[in-house]
Design a protein around this ligand. Structure first.
Ligand SMILES: [Fe+2]
Ligand SMILES: [Fe+2]
Length: 194
């Protein structure tokens, strides 16, 4: 199973790059499943159903979001109609949208969810570590593969999350900072982390 995780896709150049290059990358690398963060895909801030559908047509299987989730005003009325997209699972439960996406690839069930960090984040969410454990309790019963997009500012918070879910989640990767880090590794419990 080869899974590609894409960080925040920003504005038209980001969308266009995904549309132009993702099909070839999928083919060249034999990618089976693609997760991407769409929180900046509409005008650089927020997302719409249109943008989510565009990215899905380009080959993204599951879409995650972040602190910019509600920046496009129409989206709170649209989120429930986008099947392959989830809100951060530690937003208050009154927020519309689902806490995870459940999909299938190569006969395996794949669950994707995201969480917001708390350090230096303007949007206030519940404790991501409690929410991570609660969500994993649920997902472990229904999925073969679990993927967490931890949308947070500091690498320390992300490292803590990786350690917490090591051996439980299949992949823990960070988004939000719009810059990659060179710390990709397999943790001691077998979780892939960057
Ligand atoms: Fe972002
Ligand atoms: Fe963000």
């Amino acid at each position: 199973m080869k899974i590609l995780c894409i960080g925040d896709i920003v504005g038209k150049p980001g969308r266009q790059a995904v549309f132009d290059f993702l099909p070839k990358i999928r083919e060249d690398l034999g990618i089976d499943f693609v997760v991407a963060n769409a929180e900046n895909s509409a005008g650089g801030s927020g997302v719409t159903k249109n943008m989510a559908d565009y990215l899905t047509r380009a080959g993204v299987n599951a879409l995650t979001l972040g602190d910019h989730i509600w920046d496009q005003r129409c989206f709170e009325g649209e989120i429930e109609s986008v099947q392959n997209l989830c809100k951060p699972a530690n937003l208050p439960p009154e927020n519309p949208g689902k806490n995870y996406v459940l999909a299938e690839a190569k006969g395996l069930k794949i669950a994707v969810f995201s969480l917001l960090g708390q350090t230096l984040m303007k949007i206030k969410a519940d404790c991501p570590f409690r929410a991570a454990q609660k969500t994993m309790d649920e997902l472990e019963k229904i999925a073969d593969i679990t993927i967490l997009d931890f949308h947070a500012e500091t690498s320390s918070e992300k490292v803590s999350m990786g350690n917490l879910l090591d051996g439980r989640a299949t992949i823990v990767y960070g988004t939000h900072t719009h810059i990659p880090t060179a710390d990709a590794r397999i943790l001691s419990g077998g979780t892939a982390y960057i």
